[in-house]
Structure formats: C-alpha cells, structure tokens
Unconditional design. Structure first.
Length: 657
C-alpha cells in the first residue's frame, strides 16, 4: 500500500514549498492581464455586453489558469532561481491557459439578456444573446500574461542578484577575484559570489579565449581579455587578490599558463573541479572550488566519457574487481557501481583497504549491492569458492604489487602474486565460464628490465594463453603508464617530501614518464573492456611524456615554495633496471587504431602455448624453491625469449600472425 501511494505521488507535479504566495501573485497578475486585455481592446470603453462577459468569466479564467500552471510544473522552484528553461515552461503554460479559457467561453456559451445592456434592436429585445471574446482580447491577454508573469519573475531574480554592485562598494575586507572562463562555469561562480556576500569575494572581471566574448559584459561583468596575450597585462592592471579558473574542461596547458603567470606575481589560484569530478560527486560545483594541483597542469587534454553509455555492458551484471582496495581497483569499484550492475564483488587480501572502499560505497555513495570478500588471489581453493558462490560474469583483475624497488628485493613474492596468481585467476574464470576478463597492466611490462615489469609481462602472456584455452571467455589486457596519486606513483612521494621540508629526490634529471589521473585511466579501462573480442592488448594513449624533474619543480611551486631555495631537489642515481624513458609498445607490437578515442590495440603474433607452459613451469619451480637470484636473472631472458620467438614466427609466415 505504501509503495502504491508513493507511485501515485510521483505522478503529481512538484510544487516548491514556498509556492503559495507565488500562486496568489500569479492569480492577481492573470486577472489583471485579462482585465487590461478588454480595456486596451476597446478605446472608447468596454461595451456593456463585453463588460458583462468579463465580469462573468474572470474567476473561471483565473482558476483554470492557475490549475494549468501547477500541472505544467511552473512552481517546481522559486522565482529567484527561475532559469531560461523555466521561461519556456511559462510560455507553454500561458498558451495552454489562454486556449483553455477560450474553449470554455466557446463551449459553455455564456450569455446575457438583452435587458442587461439596453440599446438593441426590436428583434433582440426579449431574447438571450450569446457573446464570445474578440480575437483582439485573446491576443492581448496572451501577451499581457507573458509580460506580467515573466516580468515578475525576472524582477525577483534581478533583485536577489543585485549584490554585484553592492559587492563593488563593500569595504576592503573583500578579496578581488578574477574569473577565468566566461561560460557556464564562470557564470556559476559569479552568481555564487553575488548571492553570498559572506564569502567576501568581489568579482572584478572575466578572462576568456573566445574572441566573440572580447570586451563584452557577461551578467554585468566585463571580459577583460584572453589567457594568452592579455593575461599578464590584466593581472598587472586589475591586481586581483585571487584567480579562479572556472572552466571544468580546461586543458592542462591553459591551467599551467594561468598558474605560471600568477605565480610570478604571488597571486593564489583556485579552480573548479574537472567535469569528471563534478559528475562523480554530484555536489555544487562552486562549493568544490579547490587549489590547483599538479594533476591540473600536466598539459593533457582531459578524457571525458559518458560512463553510462560506455559502461552499458556492465549493467545488471555481477562484476568482480580484484585488488579492490588499491588505488586503481577502488576507482574501478566506484565507477562500476555508478552504471547499475546487479552486484559488485570487492575482493582484496588487505583488510584495511577492503574495509575503506566497502564503507565508502555503502555510506557515502549509497551502494547497496556491493559484497566485500577478503581473499588472496594466490590461493586456488579460495578463488574457486568465490567464483562458485558468487558467479561473476565480468572480472577486472587489478590485484598486483606495483612498487618497483620492493619487487626488486622480493622477486619470489613478485612472481607469485603478479604472474602466477594472474594465471590462476584467469584459469578459474575460464572454467567458471565468465563472460569477460580484463587484466589491468602497465607500461613496465614492455621490454621489461625490472622484476616488477617481468611479472606483469608474464601476466599479460597468461591472459593471452587463457584466451586460447577458454573460447567461452573474452580475455583482454589494458596497458597504461603511471597514474597520478596511486600507491606506486612518484606524486605522493614528492608530496610527503615537500611536507617534510625536502629534499625531493629524483633518480635522473633526464627521466620522463607517462602520467594519467586514476579516474581517466579507469574510464578508459572500462571502455576497453567493452571492445574486447578476445586476446587483445589495448594500450591507452598517455599523451606526451612528462619530465620527472619538471614535475618535481611544479609541485614545489604549487605548494607556494621555490625549488632549490625553499625546497632542494637532489639526484640520487638510477635504481637497477630503471629506464630513462618508458615505452607503451614492445618491439614486436604494432599500434593499431580502435573505434574508441584514446585507445589503441597492440597488433602482435600469437604466443606458442607450449613455450608459455614451459616458461610458467620453470617460474613456478623457482618460486617454490624460493630461488630469488634465479628469478631476478630470468627478467632479461623472458623478454628476449618472447622477442626471439616472435621474430621466428614472422620469418616463417612472412608477417606476424
């Protein structure tokens, strides 16, 4: 019974809680418009028969109009928040109301007697005469209703947004703010500052790169120039106390340009969140204005996808995420939960991490279909229990050890967790007839020179081999570079070093790395999963490599400090196997385009299953024996063996298979 009642309530129009006074005012305005329509139509005064019609119909006209306004949703929000879309609703409502009262008069045939207005012909003297509204009255009433109702709303909104002038006259306790971006984001920021004087922010102008906006006024505030040629001049002339970047989709180059110019002048910079952050949080964007971070100024064009569309294949599915407590795994869980799966299985062997992501999904994001499973991917019996009990249809395998230095010192655990466990989970998924299996890989698996890289290369090969053995499951690998903010990233290390007063340590000033934010990478992983046909290796386009030295200096400056003066940057030398520059493709792979933006496919020859089986048998034996030295020595041999095997296959067939 309660559910039936709630459905019925959902069919009723939404009425703002302060709508009764607005309805009363609208009733008076509708009555005034109806009266004026008659007065303006007849210059010499309203004829008696029409005066009688006016008196007889004004109450039904007002009543029917208000009913139509309520049913049309005209009172869903207060007048001070009336938007352009609401004016379209107002136009439709007034048109329907006028049509309603015209129909009422036409079909109800209100009439008056001849005695009511005198001066009629003898023929009409003792007969009732029908009277309809003239076309001019109808047209005038429509226009006057629009003018009065729309004007009242415009006046109220203008009144509430009037503090812009007041802010300019406020005492010196307010901060002068220059807003970058005169679009929707900029207008949103301006509106929030003008409505809330307690923020003590006084807007002084816009900057915008659109030439059509040059020197024009947007919501009463002038566009002073662009962020390219005019930025230094405007900063010097306007002397703002703060700059707010109000372009959620702004590329890193623009943010970096603004930050660099402001840094020279000692002007703090804040920014709106990115489009993805706004979509994920759903909160008021203006309330999320935050300081500019290193992720904002890397120069990458932001990746923005319609997650509901690209992740549609996950809807109503049971999705398992291994390593769900890690940086990438937890973001996978957040985004997958957003697209409506039947169930999200969070699997991790780290109790604290698993507790945090499960609590976040349930308490903060109100996800009720997440299941937390404490388990280790290395244990075959436990994995079979999980797959048999929960029956996942899609698996994202993100569980892995990522710290290069730790893996160099612990090669046995590295091979056991990253390579052998991936082979095990892929095999169990195939035997359980899982629909899709997506491995999250890394650019360190390309021509591996470290233990961590070699283990991830073996993981890729294990998934490729599983695709041959289990045709009912579509296996795929997604490979990408460093993700900012992950547990293995250099960014949190630099942040801790800055907080401690330095120094920042880099291994080589020439070193470059590919960087991408975690939400960006996970969006593309989900998109790549939708492209899987079986056996592919998808590679995410990471943009241009970033100098680690430049990254360090940018982070110091974004902290309000000066490199080498306030915070020292020291070179400590490269670690064993560490490359100067990472690669995204092996020598035996050729990049091929895919239907998805920012995603390429690595075209390469198929593995020899017998060779791979022998390789894994050997690795497994070394792990069981705990032979760390032999495993470390096998790193270079594994990469060269795969390359040599591929070259032999190419020579035999002419082209890679």
């Amino acid at each position: 019974m309660r559910r039936r009642l709630s459905v019925r309530r959902g069919l009723l129009p939404v009425v703002h809680r302060h709508a009764l006074p607005q309805i009363a005012v609208d009733g008076c305005l509708v009555a005034l418009a109806y009266y004026l329509a008659y007065v303006l139509r007849f210059d010499a005064g309203v004829l008696p028969r029409y005066q009688h019609l006016l008196d007889a119909t004004i109450l039904p006209v007002v009543g029917s109009g208000l009913v139509i306004f309520v049913l049309s949703g005209l009172y869903e929000r207060g007048w001070r928040f009336f938007s352009q879309r609401d004016y379209a609703v107002l136009l439709r409502s007034v048109l329907l109301a006028v049509m309603a009262w015209v129909a009422y008069i036409a079909f109800a045939h209100p009439y008056v007697t001849s005695e009511a207005y005198g001066h009629v012909s003898h023929r009409e003297l003792f007969h009732d005469v029908a009277v309809n509204s003239p076309a001019g009255v109808i047209a005038l009433d429509f226009m006057l209703c629009l003018l009065l109702l729309g004007g009242a709303r415009f006046a109220v909104r203008t009144f509430y947004e009037r503090p812009l002038r007041g802010l300019r006259r406020r005492a010196g306790d307010s901060h002068n703010v220059l807003v970058v971006g005169a679009g929707q984001g900029g207008r949103l920021v301006l509106r929030e500052m003008t409505r809330n004087p307690e923020l003590r922010l006084r807007p002084i102008g816009f900057l915008d790169d659109d030439p059509r906006q040059r020197r024009v006024r947007v919501d009463g505030l002038r566009v002073l120039g662009d962020t390219d040629e005019d930025l230094p001049r405007v900063l010097d002339e306007a002397a703002p106390d703060e700059v707010i970047i109000a372009i959620p989709s702004a590329p890193g180059t623009l943010r970096g340009r603004v930050v660099a110019a402001c840094r020279v002048r000692g002007i703090p910079v804040r920014t709106l969140p990115t489009v993805f952050e706004m979509l994920q949080s759903g909160a008021n964007a203006v309330r999320q204005i935050r300081p500019v971070q290193v992720e904002d100024v890397l120069g990458r064009e932001p990746v923005v996808m319609e997650l509901e569309r690209v992740g549609r294949y996950l809807k109503d599915e049971t999705v398992l995420v291994t390593g769900a407590g890690g940086s990438v795994g937890s973001e996978l869980a957040r985004q997958i939960a957003h697209v409506g799966p039947r169930r999200v299985i969070l699997l991790d062997h780290a109790e604290d991490n698993l507790f945090e992501i499960s609590r976040e999904l349930e308490e903060e994001r109100h996800v009720r279909n997440a299941v937390a499973i404490l388990a280790d991917c290395k244990e075959e019996e436990r994995m079979r229990e999980v797959f048999a009990e929960l029956r996942p249809s899609i698996v994202f395998h993100a569980a892995a050890y990522k710290h290069v230095g730790l893996m160099e010192g612990n090669p046995v655990e590295a091979f056991r967790n990253n390579a052998l466990a991936t082979r095990l989970v892929a095999r169990v998924a195939g035997e359980a007839a899982v629909g899709r299996f997506v491995l999250v890989s890394t650019d360190k698996a390309v021509s591996p020179a470290t233990v961590m890289g070699a283990t991830k290369a073996l993981a890729e090969w294990a998934v490729e081999a599983a695709d041959l053995h289990y045709p009912g499951t579509r296996y795929t690998t997604v490979r990408f570079g460093n993700v900012l903010g992950s547990s293995g990233s250099v960014v949190p290390i630099f942040r801790r070093q800055i907080a401690a007063g330095g120094p920042l340590t880099i291994t080589d000033p020439r070193m470059t790395r590919y960087f991408m934010t975690i939400p960006e990478a996970v969006q593309l992983v989900i998109r790549a999963g939708s492209l899987a046909a079986g056996g592919e290796v998808f590679v995410l386009e990471m943009g241009e490599p970033v100098s680690v030295l430049e990254l360090a200096t940018d982070m110091v400056r974004l902290s309000g400090l000066e490199p080498y003066r306030d915070i020292d940057i020291q070179e400590i030398g490269r670690r064993p196997g560490e490359k100067l520059h990472e690669e995204l493709f092996n020598p035996y792979e050729r990049p091929q385009p895919t239907p998805a933006a920012k995603i390429q496919r690595a075209d390469r020859s198929r593995l020899d299953p017998d060779w791979l089986a022998e390789t894994f048998d050997r690795v497994n034996l070394l792990v069981l024996e705990g032979d760390a030295a032999a495993l470390a020595a096998a790193v270079g041999e594994l990469a060269s063996s795969r390359t040599a095997m591929t070259e032999i296959g190419s020579d035999a067939s002419g082209t890679p298979a």
